[in-house]
Design a protein. Sequence first.
Length: 160
Amino acid sequence: MTGMPKVFEVRVIGVPVPLWVASRQHSDELMREFALVYETAESEPASVPARLTNLVQEVKERYGAISKSAQGVLAAAEEEGIASVDLAFEAPAELAGSARHLLELLEEADEYCRAGRHLLTLTSSPDVRAFREWYLGQFIDQIGGAEPTPWADFRSARQV
């Protein structure tokens, strides 16, 4: 059985649907703008910093499909007016590193948003930043052996 990647069950407990919606909307806005930046970079490379262009490409290629399985559940919960849901994933060990890297990329994107020179999208709200830190942190922590931390416990500890 060598060569078989180890898979971990990751449970994300108490996902606040309205906050997921806000996070998804911000991400969608950012990805639309990234698509425009990427097109501009191809036609006018000097007008867009190389690091931003690389960031756009990496987010699109590596993380475009992250948590697709949960999106249907969350969209249905949103439509039904459900306040929170629990999710479960089977995650390979390398997803912890990918989640950590995605957090870094999103923070970097926020820096570009904050600077206001190359992106029009506003920086993530404190709630959205806390949500993504918690959500992606669940993969990092649980693959590392920790127990799940429900959103309510994370929020209370952080006073979000």
